[in-house]
Write a protein that binds this ligand. Structure first.
Ligand code: IPE
Length: 243
């Protein structure tokens, strides 16, 4: 059983304070993952590490930069958050190892991702827990653009034939227009009005982008909050199921 799990950047960081880890949340997430017995790939988002730098340099999934300093600033911030996540996981006995997408994934001119993932598969086979993150990636004809953790989840779930996907977010699931968590989402049209557009400080698409990305997967996905992470790790389907 292979599980791809995204830990939202807003869950792990204090999104309004630049480069600040929410230590209590990270510890809760790490404790939950310590109980996992599936093959596990972890992807984390940017939160206050990635988005501030990306916005400051005007970089998004489609707007690129050739400013090498901007690329280092965004990538560097993400590797610092990655190191904090790895340390927390290793501290509770999870065999976590870092994988930096900038070094193995590119976008071709049409914006499609051209990933190298064989090393991630081998890490899984060898009993390791690869921990990837949203990042900048070289983009043919556009310099470098942002790769969101959500895009990465889709790429990895496909390449590794994942059996299940989890997205741990700041909300307990996908809300309907009345603010209630929806049990199951089968099409974007059904929730388009409720999920709306992205948050102002999120350069990669908020809940609408997540739902679209997860609907495109073969594997079933669940969107849930941090309090439900232990239930998901235990094989449950908390929050909203997207399939
Ligand atoms: C964003 O990744 C990465 C960068 C801005 C470099 P995500 O879009 O997956 O991050 P969160 O989970 O929304 O914070």
């Amino acid at each position: 059983m292979t599980t791809v799990l995204k830990l939202g950047g807003s869950v792990l960081t204090e999104k309004e304070r630049a480069e600040t880890v929410d230590e209590a949340a990270l510890e809760r997430a790490a404790d939950a993952l310590a109980a996992a017995d599936d093959r596990l790939v972890v992807v984390h988002g940017g939160g206050s590490f990635g988005h501030h730098h990306a916005a400051a340099h005007g970089v998004s999934e489609s707007a690129g930069t050739r400013d090498d300093g901007a690329i280092r600033a965004i990538h560097g911030a993400m590797t610092r958050l990655n190191a904090a996540v790895i340390e927390a996981l290793a501290g509770v006995g999870v065999p976590a190892v870092p994988v930096h997408p900038f070094s193995g994934i590119r976008r071709s001119a049409d914006g499609a991702l051209d990933p190298t993932t064989a090393h991630v598969g081998t890490m899984l086979e060898e009993g390791l827990v690869p921990v990837l993150h949203g990042d900048v990636v070289a983009h043919e004809g556009a310099g470098a653009t942002i790769l969101s953790g959500d895009e990465l989840v889709v790429v990895l779930a496909g390449a590794l034939s994942a059996d299940r996907v989890g997205v741990c977010s700041t909300t307990p699931g996908v809300y309907d227009a009345d603010g209630n968590v929806i049990d199951r989402v089968g099409s974007f049209e059904a929730v388009a009005e409720a999920v709306g557009d992205s948050d102002a400080t999120d350069v990669t698409g908020g809940m609408a982008g997540k739902v679209r990305a997860l609907l495109s997967l073969d594997a079933p996905a669940s969107v849930f909050g941090l309090g439900d992470l232990p239930a998901f790790v235990d094989g449950g389907e908390p929050g909203t199921r997207i399939e």
